[in-house]
Design a protein around this ligand. Structure first.
Ligand SMILES: Cc1cc2nc3c(=O)[nH]c(=O)nc-3n(C[C@H](O)[C@H](O)[C@H](O)COP(=O)(O)OP(=O)(O)OC[C@H]3O[C@@H](n4cnc5c(N)ncnc54)[C@H](O)[C@@H]3O)c2cc1C
Length: 450
């Protein structure tokens, strides 16, 4: 059966899913509210770097794009580099096997790459400056305002909502249905800040790590680019002391960074201008019960499961949606309603789990990563993993380096934790923490470089 699809949103998931649908012989029109990111100057607010891991790479691999993306666009990340406010810089490895790494990639470059590939597929047409303003879900008819203010009405067999957290497709599709929907913001905001990491020699910031400055109630993190610059993200409370609200003058910004991020400051020559000149954005979790309407409308990516970005999994999960939805379409090619229902059943329980994992990891990155007990636990679990192999893979490895469904990862990890506890892991962690603290007290100098 030959089908005509309208994809609303030409961001990461929309561009990738256009490729999947085209390879199944569909005619695909992709509409995005913005201009063509391939020909416009990058927007510094949106062009943060993202980590891509096993699930995202799997989504690219199935259409033959993973290696090209890695070679052309990515920087390998082998560990977190933790810049504590006291004590030496530490590294926390992302895994024990060679392939257990993350990759840092610019959102802009990856989107440009996927749009180029999509545009070259027979049957795919891209339309920019087209904002969805209405949707008749019973007939898959979408109405757009184009860049000139004119209205365009497009009818297809199916509408795919890949239009991100504020999805207009979701809103129109769920109107009149008894759909549960929630969008919860954490009381924090972020601003992207650029960091010049030096030239990759010992004096600069390590170009193979995700740099993290955890400070309890606020943090700075940075992901490298291929040219020894890093894209930093500063996360502060929305209001109150040490918040974006309270830091409003060059003096206040300089003194705050001087006090809390002194080792990063020399690499941030444009700090004050960027900090004061850029708007602060929020982080939210989106949960919703209704991901499709009959065989006419279906949602993918942030439109149905936005998560806060602290497990680095939002885009990875969005690419995994493309894989699962494609599998469901292949299994029920003649009955897309059945395909959409199965896709929602397989995905929702897992993306709800990811939402919880992402919230918990925010606390870890901001705060608990500073605690010696967490470092000791992480060392212990990696040692067990090294010794026992896959049977002892920790939660982080299951989530980031495998395609095991998220809820299954949590079930396996909880079981392993119970067994480890019974075998005395807590006591071993306590001994490790004690030994580390003695070592720290005996160590004369402190090396603050990474
Ligand atoms: C600071 C930050 C860091 C992150 N880090 C990571 C990370 O390290 N790893 C990771 O996996 N994920 C990360 N994420 C999450 C990731 O960015 C998202 O999960 C991902 O972008 C979702 O892709 P999407 O295609 O669903 O939505 P988007 O990328 O938001 O794309 C939506 C598209 O729809 C278009 N659109 C919106 N409304 C309309 C409309 N009415 N009509 C037409 N078009 C419309 C928009 O212009 C846009 O192009 C991060 C997010 C943030 C904010």
């Amino acid at each position: 059966v030959y089908r005509k699809a309208t994809i609303v949103g030409g961001g990461l998931s929309g561009a990738l899913f256009a490729i999947y649908l085209a390879r199944r012989g569909c005619e695909v029109d992709v509409y995005d509210a913005r201009g063509d990111i391939r020909h416009e100057p990058p927007d510094p607010i949106r062009s943060v770097n993202l980590t891509i891991a096993a699930r995202g790479l799997d989504g690219l691999r199935r259409v033959g794009l993973d290696q090209q993306a890695i070679d052309k666009l990515c920087t390998v990340l082998r560990y977190r580099v933790i810049h504590d406010s006291d004590g030496p810089v530490r590294r926390m490895s992302y895994g024990v096997q060679d392939h257990e790494v993350l990759y840092s990639v610019s959102r802009t470059h990856l989107t440009q790459f996927l749009l180029d590939v999509a545009a070259a597929e027979p049957g795919v047409r891209l339309h920019f400056h087209h904002r969805l303003v209405d949707l008749d879900k019973t007939t898959a008819t979408a109405t757009f305002f184009d860049g000139t203010g004119a209205i365009k009405v497009v009818r297809a067999d199916v509408v795919v909502g890949a239009d991100g957290a504020g999805s207009a497709v979701r809103r129109h599709m769920q109107s009149g249905l008894c759909a549960d929907f929630s969008r919860e913001y954490v009381p924090y905001r972020y601003k992207p800040l650029s960091i010049d990491a030096g030239n990759g020699d010992d004096a600069g910031l390590d170009p193979h790590g995700l740099h993290l400055w955890p400070r309890g109630d606020f943090m700075l993190f940075a992901l490298p680019n291929q040219d020894y610059t890093l894209n930093g993200v500063c996360v502060l409370p929305a209001h109150g002391p040490n918040s974006f609200d309270s830091l409003r003058t060059p003096e206040a910004v300089e003194s705050f960074f001087g006090e809390h991020f002194a080792d990063a400051m020399p690499y941030m020559p444009r700090l004050v201008d960027e900090f004061l000149g850029r708007p602060a954005s929020g982080f939210s979790t989106i949960r919703t019960s209704t991901w499709h309407y009959r065989d006419k409308v279906v949602l993918i990516g942030d439109a149905c499961h936005g998560v806060i970005p602290f497990y680095g999994q939002g885009m990875n999960a969005a690419f995994e949606d493309c894989v699962v939805l494609d599998q469901c379409l292949a299994a029920h090619w003649r009955d897309w309603q059945k395909a959409f229902a199965e896709y929602e059943r397989r995905r929702r329980v897992n993306t709800d789990t990811l939402a919880e994992l992402s919230l918990a990891n925010f606390t870890e990155l901001r705060d608990s990563v500073r605690r010696p007990s967490l470092a000791a636990r992480s060392k212990m679990s990696l040692a067990a993993y090294r010794a026992l192999g896959d049977r002892a893979a920790p939660l982080y490895s299951l989530v980031s380096h495998s395609t095991t469904p998220y809820s299954e990862c949590v079930r396996i990890a909880r079981h392993r934790q119970r067994v480890a506890r019974m075998l005395g892991a807590d006591l071993a962690v306590a001994c490790l923490v004690g030994a580390e603290s003695v070592k720290r007290r005996l160590k004369p100098g402190r090396d603050r470089r990474s």
